[in-house]
Write a protein that binds this ligand. Structure first.
Ligand code: CA
Length: 223
């Protein structure tokens, strides 16, 4: 089991690391919100649980929690909060944390909470759809490319979701039209092309174009 600790009080972080390692966990520590969030975004598949402090420099624990849940990352999160307020507890759980612990806490209590979370199946949250560095979350209806959020209209989101669910396949204009527009639009209309063009402008970057035009047929999202 590998644990990520994001805690700016280095002394506490080191005590946690040492104690958890003695219990047989592998532990990595990050000391500010920005690098902690980045580590989760890039390497979340390597970890089984995150211990996340609320009061952190750069980005606080609530925001990190919300940001990574928006990206569809389902890693269990145990929040550490200094305050005893119910507000913090509600905010923590609202932002997507699985449990919280109020500082100061007994190490045994932390271990017990961790064991409970690690037993829980991690498939409680629906998975986000990922194509290369593009992430689409069907529940929050948010889209990210390279970790950066891309605002889309409802129609563009629907279009991208359709492409994402059929990544690697060529979709004809007729298929796209019948999937996303009602029968009032006939296939002579260029509405599909217009929307694909707008969508492509938003999701593509200099590095790589994800939406390909297949001449005379339709479009394909690369896999
Ligand atoms: Ca702190």
């Amino acid at each position: 089991m590998r644990i990520l600790v994001v805690e700016d009080e280095e002394k506490l972080a080191k005590i946690l690391k040492k104690g958890l390692e003695q219990e047989g966990y592998a532990v990595d520590c990050f000391f500010d919100g920005k690098s902690g969030q980045l580590q989760i975004e890039i390497n979340h598949e390597d970890y089984d649980l995150v211990i996340l402090d609320v009061m952190l420099p750069e980005i606080n624990g609530f925001e990190i929690c919300k940001n990574i849940r928006d990206q569809g990352i389902v890693l269990p999160i145990l929040m550490l909060t200094a305050k005893d307020g119910t507000e913090d507890k509600i905010m923590g759980l609202d932002s997507g944390a699985d449990d919280y612990l109020i500082k100061p806490f007994a190490f045994e209590e932390l271990l017990a909470r961790m064991r409970a979370l690690l037993r829980r199946p991690s498939n409680l949250l629906p998975a986000a759809l990922e194509i290369k560095d593009l992430v689409l979350n069907p529940v929050t209806r948010k889209v990210y490319r390279g970790g950066k959020e891309i605002p889309l209209t409802a129609k563009e989101f629907g279009l991208l979701e359709y492409f994402t669910r059929n990544a690697g396949q060529v979709l004809t204009r007729e298929q796209i039209l019948s999937h996303l527009w009602d029968f009032e639009y006939d296939s002579f209309s260029n509405i599909v092309d217009v929307h694909v063009k707008n969508l492509r402008k938003k999701i593509d970057n200099e590095k790589e174009s994800l939406l390909e035009t297949i001449r005379g047929v339709g479009y394909r999202l690369k896999k």
